[in-house]
Design a protein around this ligand. Structure first.
Ligand code: NDP
Length: 411
């Protein structure tokens, strides 16, 4: 029986809160805190209505407000509520302030995206790994990157290493969204963070080194289960950094994401006209960041769910040597329906596939299944109890052994 604080009440925060509330035997008290308290109150109301509709028992739910850029405000929040763990589903900019407050107040930590400074679109784990010793000394646990990708992608890889491979040699994480939200252009999670990620140079791991590509330079058609062929683009994604360290037999590691032509055309125009800029400009005597202004006029990812059709398919395609030294290929994936996610939580599948694993990660910690102190990426823990819960909590997974992974044909 444990108390959790969820920071952030956006698309992902909404799913985390719904899913924690569905597991009252683990999460006996839930505090939803964000910058805009009204959103937390609306979310708490929606959770109560869902529980009444389904005839479910609810944990104690309360709401609060916090500016998570301020360690002082975070500490006041933590001292008021005394949680065991904080689930950080605000923005990557807040990771370090929340970790600082956790150390000051003795609270455990979990997030779904690694720290990014506001003024450079650059993500790497070094800033958060620098907290390892302090968390260890304080006897606290920080679980990094516990959404779907990063998150389940790391757990899938750890599961493959544990049960199938003696040496994994290539890893391709493949992320397909074959959904349709009916809007001309919208991003599926926070637009600012999403556009910063996609417009960066690509990067992949090859024979012990990072190879850099121009943004979206490499692409190939890949087939996704129950979906079919989709143009997939090589991006840099943060989990590659920890996975190649934690599984050093991997010689090549890449990340692929699907984009439609319509999306890419809009993205190109946004960049060409300067709206993806993240530096401050002067407008009417006021300083604004173009990308932040763009976020304010784009559809809110939280509001996309209602008419969203289709599904996502995210997985890992791995090749290497099996337990007996034989050549082996392995594909493990989950498909998630936007409509089903919306029916259950009021959010689309991208928020759902991120929020469910974040809840499960907190559950793993609170039930003592993931109990290492220090700062850890998800693949450093035992994947088995997490995998069990994925199926129970709405993200069933499937495996295909020794099929053509398609990824070796791409040069
Ligand atoms: P949203 O923009 O929908 O929600 C962000 C929430 O954080 C909002 O409620 C916002 O408040 C709140 N917030 C922002 N700044 C602060 C602050 N300074 N103090 C307190 N609250 C703040 O984003 P998403 O829900 O789409 O994404 C949440 C996180 O999940 C992001 O970090 C994203 O990168 C990550 N993510 C991870 C994925 C994975 O698979 N690992 C996939 C998708 C997302 P307000 O309402 O006031 O703006």
């Amino acid at each position: 029986m444990s108390k959790v604080i969820i920071i952030g009440a956006g698309g992902v925060g909404s799913v985390v809160a719904h899913k924690c509330a569905q597991n009252p035997e683990v999460f006996s008290e839930i505090v939803i805190a964000s910058r805009t308290r009204r959103k937390c109150d609306l979310l708490a109301k929606a959770i109560e209505e869902a529980a009444t509709r389904d005839g479910r028992k609810l944990p104690v739910i309360s709401t609060d407000s916090v500016d998570a850029d301020s360690v002082e405000q975070l500490c006041e929040l933590f001292r008021r509520h005394k949680p065991e763990i904080v689930i950080n589903v605000a923005l990557p900019y807040q990771d370090l302030t929340i970790m600082d407050a956790c150390l000051e107040c003795g609270v455990n930590y979990l997030d779904t995206a690694n720290y990014e400074p506001r003024d450079v679109a650059h993500f790497e784990y070094s800033w958060q790994w620098a907290y390892r010793e302090r968390f260890e000394k304080a006897g606290l646990t920080a679980i990094l990157g516990c959404g779907f990708d990063p998150g389940v992608s790391g757990v899938f890889t750890a599961y493959a290493a544990k049960h199938y491979f003696s040496a994994m040699e290539t890893l391709d994480i493949v992320d397909c969204n074959a959904g349709n939200h009916g809007k001309a252009f919208a991003t599926n999670f926070n637009p600012e963070i999403n556009i910063r990620e996609i417009t960066q140079n690509g990067r992949y791991w090859l024979n012990g080194e990072w190879v850099t590509t121009k943004p979206l330079e490499i692409h190939a058609e890949l087939n996704y289960p129950n979906i079919g062929p989709r143009d997939s683009y090589l991006l840099y994604h943060e989990e590659l950094e920890s996975l190649v360290q934690n599984f050093p037999t991997i010689k090549r590691a890449r990340f692929w994401m699907t984009f439609g032509q319509e999306y890419l055309t809009h993205l190109r125009v946004i960049q060409d006209i300067g709206m993806a800029r993240i530096d401050e400009i002067e407008y009417n005597g006021q300083k604004i960041v173009p990308l932040q202004f763009l976020k304010a006029v784009l559809p809110d990812p939280q509001d996309l769910g209602e008419n969203y059709t289709g599904e996502t398919s995210i997985g890992c395609r791995i090749a290497g040597k099996g337990k007996n030294g034989e050549n082996l290929t392995y594909y493990i994936y989950n498909n998630c329906s936007h409509e089903e996610a919306y029916k259950e939580t009021g959010m689309q599948a991208v928020s759902y596939t991120t929020g469910v694993p974040a809840m499960i990660g907190a559950m793993m910690f609170l039930t003592g299944k993931w109990n290492k102190t220090g700062v850890h990426n998800v693949e450093e823990f035992d994947p088995d109890p997490f995998m069990e819960q994925l199926s129970v909590q709405g993200l069933p997974w499937h495996e295909i052994v020794n099929a053509d992974l398609e990824v070796d044909k791409i040069s």
